[in-house]
Design a protein around this ligand. Structure first.
Ligand code: FES
Length: 148
């Protein structure tokens, strides 16, 4: 194995983004439980404005960036959810997937995730981070780890 699992801090929100994509994919498979929400981690967060509510029609999704972190936004009947934008399978952009109810299908190979929990439907061991969302006026804000 060309890398050490000990290079990853326990319970960090995502695999380090500076690693090459193939290593991030491998680490995602090996350590699916590191994908935890900010609240689960008890991490310090900062709130970032990422879009206007008018950018995200009900039933749609969107890829945005929050202080260097890729975030996927989803509008489920007017309620906004945010997940890490990187699919643990091979890095597909979940914000460019297909939203059906509370389920998003990755655009690359079709893995499906609950937008409310971040868990893969077929195997909940694979989970993407959930970010807290606040809508202030017409602005969508997400809370991302402050140490990112
Ligand atoms: S990258 Fe393969 S299913 Fe998402």
């Amino acid at each position: 194995m060309p890398y050490s699992l000990y290079e990853i801090k326990p319970f960090t929100h995502q695999v380090p983004s500076k690693l090459p994509l193939n290593l991030r994919r491998d680490l995602s498979k090996l350590t699916p439980r590191i994908y935890r929400s900010n609240r689960e981690q008890g991490a310090m967060t900062k709130r970032i404005t990422v879009a206007k509510i008018t950018d995200l029609e009900p039933g749609s999704c969107l890829s945005v960036e929050a202080d260097g972190i890729g975030v996927a936004l989803f509008n489920v009947n007017g309620r906004i959810y945010a997940l890490d934008n990187t699919c643990p399978h091979a890095g597909g952009p979940l914000g460019e997937g297909t939203l059906a109810g509370e389920v998003v299908e990755c655009p690359w190979h079709g893995w499906r995730y609950s937008v409310t929990t971040g868990e893969r439907l077929e195997n909940p061991e694979f989970k993407v981070a959930c970010y807290e969302v606040q809508v202030t006026g017409d602005l969508i804000q997400v809370s991302v780890p402050a140490n990112s």
